[in-house]
Design a binder for this molecule. Structure first.
Ligand code: UDP
Length: 361
C-alpha cells in the first residue's frame, strides 16, 4: 500500500486535488493523508471547497498564512518537515505554483521523499512572478512531473529534465470541469440571486500581485470595469480578499459598487454557474482562463503574459496588458463576438486516473 502525503494551501489547489483524492479513495493500493498549510483560510476560500468537492478532511492544519513570501515559505517548511517525519509517506504530492507547493516539495526532497508535481512545466517566463519561481524550483526537485499540455512537456524537455520523470497526463481541471459542469445549470443559485440573465453579463476576477500591488494597473482595471458595466453588459466580480483589501484602502469600493456587482468569493459550484452563463470572462486567474474555454465562453486575460498560450493562439483567450481603459474596453468589445474553433489541448478528462495509475505503478 503506497502512502501519499498531499500538501494543499490555496483555493485552486483544493479544486485540482478533488479529483485525484477521489481516485485515491476508489483504490485499495494507495492511501492519502492531507496537510493544509493554511495559506487560504477564509471559509469561502477554503472550507467550502472541502465540503462541496468532498476532499478528505486534512489530518494536519498548519494555520500558516500572511507575512512575506520568505517568512511564509520558511514557516511552512518547518512544519511540513515535521509532518513528513511523523507520517513517513512514500510520496509527497503537490499542485500548481504557490508557496505551499514549493514548501511541500522542498521539505520532501531534503528528506529524500520523492515528490509528485501536478501541473508541472508551466512557464510565464516572467521571473518577477512568485508563481514562476515556485514552479521552476518545484519542477527541478520533483520525481514525477505531471504536465497538462504538449507545451508544458516541451518546456521541461528544453530545461533538460530527464524524460522518464515527465508524464503528460492532461489537465486535472478539465476532469473537474467535465464533472461539475454537467451538474450545474442556470436554475436557481447565484444567477437568480444577482438577477443575471444567461449570456447577458460579464464575469470578472482579479487577484494576481502584478495587478493588485500595482495601483495604476488596478485603478485602470477598476475604471474599465465600471465603463464596461455601464456601456456594454453588467459586470459581476467575486472579489478576492487581497484585492478587496487594496480596493478598500484606496477608497475605490464605493464608486465600484455603484456600477459593478461586487460579491464575496463564491464556492466552486456557484463559480461554475457564473462561468458557464457569462457572455465573457475578464480575469487574471490561470484556472479561470481555462474554465472559460471548457464552457465555451470568450475570455480576456488582463496580464502581460499567460502560461496557457494555446488558448491565445487558438483565439479563445485575448491577452491584454491592463494599461489603459481604452485598450481594455476595446478588447472586451471585440472578444464578445469571437467565434474560435474547438481545440483539445488538455487531455481526455481522465487525468486523475492517469496520475494515480502512475503513482501506484
Ligand atoms: N474560483 C471559485 N470562486 C471564486 C473565484 C474563483 O471557486 O470566487 C475558482 C475558479 O473556478 C478556479 C479557481 O478558483 O477553479 C481559480 O483560482 P484562482 O483564480 O484563485 O487561482 P489561479 O488559478 O490563478 O492559480
Amino acid at each position: 500500500m503506497k502512502k501519499v502525503l498531499t500538501v494543499l494551501g490555496a483555493r485552486p489547489q483544493f479544486i485540482k486535488a478533488s479529483v485525484v483524492s477521489a481516485e485515491i479513495v476508489r483504490r485499495n493500493d494507495i492511501t492519502e493523508v492531507v496537510t493544509h498549510t493554511g495559506q487560504h483560510f477564509d471559509s469561502n476560500m477554503s472550507d467550502i471547497f472541502f465540503k462541496e468537492l468532498g476532499i478528505p478532511v486534512p489530518k494536519y492544519q498548519l494555520g500558516i498564512s500572511g507575512g512575506s513570501h520568505g517568512e511564509m515559505t520558511g514557516r511552512m517548511l518547518i512544519h511540513i518537515e515535521h509532518v513528513i517525519k511523523v507520517e513517513c509517506p512514500d510520496i509527497v504530492l503537490v499542485y500548481g505554483d504557490t508557496n505551499s507547493t514549493l514548501a511541500g516539495a522542498l521539505a520532501a526532497c531534503k528528506l529524500n521523499v520523492p515528490v509528485a508535481h501536478v501541473e508541472a512545466g508551466l512557464r510565464s517566463f516572467n521571473m518577477r512572478m512568485p508563481e514562476e519561481i515556485n514552479r521552476i524550483l518545484t519542477d527541478r526537485i520533483s520525481s514525477w512531473l505531471f504536465t497538462p499540455t504538449d507545451i508544458a512537456t516541451q518546456h521541461l524537455n528544453r530545461e533538460g529534465i530527464p524524460k522518464d520523470r515527465i508524464v503528460q497526463a492532461g489537465d486535472v481541471m478539465y476532469d473537474v470541469a467535465l464533472f461539475y459542469g454537467a451538474r450545474v445549470n442556470q436554475e436557481s443559485g447565484r444567477l437568480n440571486e444577482l438577477s443575471l440573465n444567461p449570456k447577458q453579463f460579464i464575469l470578472a476576477t482579479i487577484h494576481r500581485a502584478e495587478n493588485t500591488d500595482d495601483l495604476v494597473r488596478l485603478h485602470t482595471i477598476v475604471k474599465s470595469l465600471i465603463k464596461i458595466s455601464k456601456e456594454i453588459l453588467p459586470v459581476v466580480w467575486p472579489v478576492h480578499p487581497r484585492t478587496r483589501q487594496t480596493l478598500s484602502e484606496q477608497g475605490w469600493l464605493t464608486i465600484l459598487e455603484k456600477a459593478v456587482k461586487l460579491i464575496d468569493p463564491v464556492g466552486y459550484l456557484a463559480m461554475v454557474q457564473l462561468e458557464k452563463h457569462a457572455a465573457l470572462i475578464a480575469t487574471d486567474s490561470g484556472g479561470v482562463q481555462k474554465e472559460a474555454f471548457f464552457y465555451g465562453v470568450p475570455c480576456v486575460t488582463l496580464r502581460d503574459e499567460t502560461e496557457w498560450v494555446e488558448l491565445v493562439t487558438s483565439g479563445w483567450n485575448h491577452l491584454v496588458s491592463p494599461i489603459s481603459v481604452e485598450v481594455i474596453f476595446g478588447a472586451i468589445s471585440r472578444a464578445l463576438s469571437a467565434k474560435p474553433a474547438r481545440i483539445e489541448p488538455y487531455g481526455n478528462g481522465n487525468t486523475a486516473v492517469a496520475i494515480v495509475d502512475e503513482l501506484t505503478r
